[in-house]
Ligand binder design. Structure first.
Ligand code: GDP
Ligand code: MG
Length: 439
């Protein structure tokens, strides 16, 4: 454990549930972070409101303070907004041609990304062909040829005297005649969204069987990137987005709203000018970047992992089947101690109040050592099957552990009580405080 982390563990006290004050205080910081990351003001407002509603009253995970717990929820909500998981560009199997059209404003990175994608597809065993349909930008065709050559991918072009739609049609024919199964059409952009650009793209879409229309947007343009996404989706219809220039110092707040505004996933991110600088889009990494709280999120991850999930599940199973024995008792006591106090959790359960004190008592350091001594004096059979503990066995155990037989009786009674409490715990608490259910 790092020092920082250790400090947090030292300071931790389990704090029941998130209060309105906890949530509001933490969300103030989140709000600032999102605005700094250039997330649209309205989106921020909506988002904060939704998180607030969800967070108030939630259990604070053991090992986190309320502020960190709110950040954990914020992070989860952000990831959900961006789509939870990575999305691949859908490609048709076999030799059937998948036609991909790249659209976006001038300078967004269409031509570069076209070549990047070609390299990616080639690696996947596809046979890509690139089509140069930007007939306006000087040297655009040559740029695609140069990039295509670098990737070892053929580029289909017909100069700048033909209409883009005719070039595209010819490219489709060329692809099917020559065994290409992935055609990527590079189109022209304008500096701003304008009618003639949209008409040209609509014409392409009407005449060519486009399978995937991919919008390329520049992350550095912030909220404009979101507006551009919305317009392109309305006018042309897009299937996915590639966010470029994330290698710069922009936090990429645009990513948060693109998905919710268009309903389309972000597929890849451009991480540089080199043709290998294209990465899969990971919503969780993006959320961390936008929040700019990498340290906190790393800590949260570590705390979440602190509880051995498998062990917890196994314990839960055992409790359900009433196979919960003394070894498990010992284990669970240690776990609970690590979690920092039972009272807040147990006090929420009806009818547990009176037993709580005894259980808390049992977690006392000295008592734990004694308990361990007693349990270790039992045979494995006795530990896993406490019902066989008759008076003569108890006497033997007491002698072995060097305690009075009344201590053994007390432990057995406590154990039975604990078992009862565990069984009566509501299912949504994971059966065991801090184990399993809290994640
Ligand atoms: P297009 O007009 O949409 O075709 O854009 P281009 O592909 O010509 O790219 C415009 C500029 O952005 C070029 O200088 C590219 O090298 C650069 N570019 C594209 N993608 C990225 C990226 O992910 N990171 C960086 N740093 N530059 C990029
Ligand atoms: Mg271009």
């Amino acid at each position: 454990l790092s020092d920082k982390l250790q400090n947090v563990f030292k300071n931790l006290r389990s704090k029941g549930r998130l209060t309105e004050a906890d949530v509001k205080a933490a969300l103030k910081e989140v709000k600032m972070a999102l605005l700094e990351a250039d997330v649209n003001f309205k989106v921020v407002k909506q988002f904060i409101k939704a998180v607030q509603e969800r967070a108030i009253g939630q259990d604070v995970m053991n090992g986190l303070n309320p502020g960190q717990m709110v950040i954990k929820i914020v992070n989860e909500e952000m990831v959900a907004l961006m789509g939870n998981e990575t999305t691949e560009i859908a490609l048709k199997p076999g030799n059937e041609i998948t036609i991909i059209m790249m659209v976006g404003l001038q300078g967004a990175g269409k031509t570069t990304t076209t070549a990047k994608l070609a390299g990616l597809f080639k690696k996947k065993g596809r046979k890509p062909l690139l089509a140069a349909c930007d007939i306006y930008r000087p040297a655009a065709i040559q740029q695609l040829h140069i990039n295509g050559e670098k990737q070892g991918v053929e580029v289909f072009s017909m100069g700048d005297k033909n209409k883009p739609v005719d070039i595209a049609k010819a490219a489709v024919e060329h692809a099917s005649k020559n065994g290409y199964n992935t055609l990527i059409i590079d189109t022209a952009g304008r500096l701003h969204v304008d009618e003639s650009m949209m008409e040209e793209l609509q014409e392409l879409k009407k005449n060519i069987q486009i399978d995937q229309c991919i919008l390329v947007v520049d992350a550095m343009t912030g909220q404009d990137a979101v507006n551009v996404s919305e317009t392109f989706n309305e006018k042309i219809g897009i299937d996915g987005v590639i966010l470029t220039k994330l290698d710069g110092d922009t936090r990429g707040g645009a990513a948060l709203s693109i998905r919710s505004v268009t309903g389309r996933p972000i597929l890849y991110v451009g991480m540089g000018e080199k043709l290998t600088d294209l990465e899969q889009f990971y919503p969780d990494r993006m959320a961390s970047r936008i929040l700019g709280m990498g340290d906190v999120l790393t800590l949260i991850d570590k705390v979440s992992a602190e509880v051995d999930e498998e062990k917890a599940k196994a314990l839960e199973q055992k409790m359900k089947k009433a196979e919960f024995g003394f070894d498990d008792y010992l284990e669970s006591m240690a776990q609970m101690k690590k979690m920092g106090g039972l009272s807040s959790i147990l006090s929420m359960l009806p009818g547990v109040g009176s037993q709580m004190k005894q259980i808390e008592e049992a977690m006392d350091e000295k008592k734990m050592a004694q308990t361990e001594g007693i349990i270790l004096s039992m045979t494995p059979k006795e530990r896993s099957n406490p019902s066989i503990l008759n008076p003569s066995r108890k006497r033997r155990i007491a002698q072995g552990a060097g305690v009075d037989i009344s201590e053994v009786n007390r432990l057995v009674k406590q154990f039975e009580q604990m078992r009862k409490v565990m069984k009566s715990m509501p299912k949504n608490m994971g059966g065991f405080p801090g184990l399993g259910g809290s994640k």
